[in-house]
Design a protein around this ligand. Structure first.
Ligand code: UDP
Ligand code: MG
Length: 309
């Protein structure tokens, strides 16, 4: 059996279209049993009613509905925990992850004795100019400073064996960054590429700032290099100031003291305190993440599932 996990947030327009498309694939793969687990991530539109109806009419459709919006990562986790299949797939509902690829992915995972088939899109059609530039920069930086490789253009569309899913579920962290977690657990992954497709209906739930915050979170979650950089900057500044002290003492002894340099002093103070605040900020980021982990709150709260109707 294959479990397919589909996080949905205000997707009333997409669900019927997606259901249609995925059913075409399911019909083609006659030998395999399927379960579709839709996760309603606190939608404020008709998503939940649609899911209730679908699961009433179709036994293979299950759903999990959250008490509020917990984010896509929480949705994926809830789906993984609820899944019963021997293989588990995760995909978006907006058809940007083409369902027809599932067949190929399933054949690959069976024939090649691997644990995971993941997808990456090679183009970034439909992304704004700035989003393209920032995405590129982001992947460069994170792969330099993190030991866990994060594949450029990787999508959350993948098919995994039960073994890998169980490994992923062992990572209980609160600040979840799936791309990193899937990479961190290891296992043999084969990447297949496809052309990025535009969202069929509805709008992307990710604003620029949301993405920016998400990228910062992933850096904090998978690298401690920013802390190291802060320390190095501190050491460099100490050295520079030490040299400057010696230079000034020597200069005063030789040339006397012509009281000058007030403006440069102000500039230096501003510069150095800026750096200090920045480094404290970096520290604060790690501390705040630690704080959230220590609180040990649940990552999501379920309000309703298909068993409740
Ligand atoms: N999503 C979710 N919770 C959120 C935001 C998004 O479950 O808070 C789901 C959304 O319904 C979709 C998937 O995550 O199935 C990807 O979202 P979107 O298409 O907006 O992201 P993009 O493709 O622009 O990265
Ligand atoms: Mg999308």
């Amino acid at each position: 059996m294959i479990s397919i996990i589909i996080p949905c947030y205000n997707e009333e327009e997409m669900i019927p279209l997606f259901y249609n498309e995925i059913n075409k694939v399911i019909k083609e793969m006659k030998k395999v049993k399927f379960e579709l687990i839709f996760v309603n991530d606190g939608s404020s539109d008709n998503t939940l009613e649609l899911l209730r109806k679908l699961s009433k009419d179709d036994k293979k459709v299950r759903y999990i509905s959250f008490s509020r919006n917990f984010g896509k990562e929480a949705g994926i986790l809830a789906g993984l925990e609820a899944s019963k299949g021997d293989y588990v797939a995760t995909m978006d509902v907006d058809l940007q992850d083409p369902p027809y690829l599932l067949k190929e992915m399933y054949e690959t995972i069976q024939n090649e004795e691997i644990d995971c088939v993941a997808t990456r899109s090679v183009s970034r059609k439909g992304y704004s100019f700035f989003r393209k530039i920032f995405t590129k920069m982001y992947y460069k930086i994170i792969n330099k400073i993190s030991k866990t490789p994060i594949v450029d253009g990787a999508r959350d569309f993948r098919l995994m064996t039960r073994k890998m899913v169980d490994a992923v579920l062992k990572l209980k962290e609160y600040n979840r960054f799936s791309k990193g977690i899937f990479s961190w657990v290891g296992f043999d992954t084969k990447w297949i590429t496809f052309e990025n497709e535009k969202r069929v209906k509805g709008t992307s739930k990710w604003s620029f700032w949301k993405l920016f915050a998400y990228s910062m979170e992933s850096i904090i979650g998978f690298s401690t290099v920013p802390l190291l950089i802060s320390s190095i900057v501190g050491i460099v500044f100490c050295l520079v100031s030490f040299i400057m002290i010696i230079v000034i003492i020597v200069r005063t002894l030789i040339y006397g003291d012509p009281v000058a340099g007030w403006p440069s002093l102000v500039c230096i103070i501003f510069f150095v305190s800026g750096i200090q605040l920045f480094c404290i900020g970096v520290l604060g980021q790690y501390l705040s993440k630690t704080y959230l982990e220590v609180k040990n709150r649940p990552i999501y709260i379920i309000k309703e599932t298909e068993n409740d109707i």
